[in-house]
Design a protein around this ligand. Structure first.
Ligand code: SAM
Ligand code: SF4
Length: 335
């Protein structure tokens, strides 16, 4: 192996790539209105990387300096045998990898929480936009609120640290953010609020969903003391401590605050396409170089080429006339 293939990954703007998000499937048991159309067409299964290939690809990135690996999707826990992948990847913990984690809608946690904890997963992100079971049904179309609650309870019992991610949605949950905050912090969970991003056609007008977090923050400030804190979790969230609850609240504001300057991450889809930026179309196929040879030479060369093209940032815009900034859905790239 040449030195070039052993070196840590650094992009042209001097940003070290230490965080990889891997989408293990584009499929999901929910159809959240801001994420998917109801009649989604999924990829043929033969296009997907096998679990062994996902392991090989992830391991190549870990060899190149990635220290945090997040599995996502689609819904990662609906991929068949996903626990065998997690078990296999857990061998890197305490070696190259500091953290192995996942983002989930929570629907399968009641089955897998204990096993995740046993395999060394310490923290998980659970996406939950409302505490109102009826709204939950409307928002997720197919989700079962009680099953998710059962899953969250199981994860908490298993000792997993939980961060709740909620997308702030105009008219839908904007009157509930305070309740979500009190509930999450009351249970010892962090809460992170996310602005909707224009990813993929979901069959509705996104200007109807978009709620700027600057507004949410201003409203929360009327009832809570929000103290800026410097915590970074290797992601784009900015955090505050909520004095009244003692809990941590994060804001992910791709639309109102450009967080690209500190971007340390890249994403791989379930077909092995590497996206250097969530908000740009440029990508690199890693599946073919991986399949072309049993050695990882070609794979590392393709990774090097791609990282050399990581763009400085994205330029999302949400307005009534614009098409989605990128045509792929969040579920394809991995949220
Ligand atoms: N199914 C898992 C879940 O829901 O957590 C993982 C994949 S999902 C695509 C990851 C995250 O992306 C979720 O928190 C979801 O709310 C968020 N998301 C999906 N579409 C989005 C969009 N258009 N804008 C902002 N966040 C979005
Ligand atoms: Fe599925 Fe997650 Fe997208 Fe909802 S946000 S449809 S749970 S992938």
């Amino acid at each position: 192996m040449t030195d070039d293939h052993a070196a840590n990954l650094v992009d042209p703007f001097g940003r070290a790539i230490t965080y990889l998000r891997v989408s293990v499937t584009d499929r999901c048991d929910f159809r959240c209105t801001y994420c998917m159309a109801e009649d989604m067409t999924f990829l043929p299964r033969k296009n997907l990387l096998t679990l062994e290939e996902i392991d090989r690809l992830s391991s190549a990135f870990i060899q190149r300096g990635v220290r945090k690996l997040r599995l996502t999707g689609g819904e990662p826990l609906v991929r068949r045998n996903v626990m065998s992948l997690i078990e296999s990847l857990s061998r890197h913990l305490g070696g190259g990898l500091d953290e192995l984690t996942l983002t989930t809608n929570g629907s399968q946690l009641y089955r897998f929480a204990d096993q995740l904890a046993d395999l060394g997963v310490k923290r998980i992100n659970v996406s939950l936009d409302t505490l109102d079971a009826a709204k939950f049904s409307v928002l997720t179309r197919w989700g079962d609120f009680n099953q998710v609650m059962r899953g969250i309870d199981a994860a908490a019992r298993a000792g997993l640290k939980i961060k709740i991610n909620a997308v702030a949605l105009r008219d839908m949950n904007e009157d509930e953010i305070e309740d979500l905050l009190r509930w999450a912090h009351g249970r010892g969970f962090d809460l992170t609020l996310i602005e909707t991003m224009p990813l993929g056609d979901v069959g509705t007008d996104r200007t109807d969903q978009y709620l700027p977090l600057s507004l949410v923050r201003a409203r929360l400030s009327q009832h809570f003391a929000l103290e800026d804190i410097p915590d970074r979790t290797g992601g784009p969230a900015r955090y505050v401590r909520v004095r009244e609850t003692g809990g941590r609240l994060g804001f992910i504001t791709p639309m109102t605050h450009n967080f690209c300057e500190s971007c340390n991450r890249v994403r791989v889809t379930c077909t092995g396409t590497l996206y250097m930026c969530l908000g740009q179309e440029d990508s690199a196929d890693l599946r073919e170089p991986m399949r072309a040879s049993d050695s990882d030479e070609l794979l590392h060369a393709a990774i090097n080429n791609a990282i050399a093209r990581k763009p400085k940032g994205h330029d999302f815009v949400i307005d009534r006339d614009s098409a989605p900034a990128v045509t792929r859905h969040m579920s394809a790239t991995g949220g």
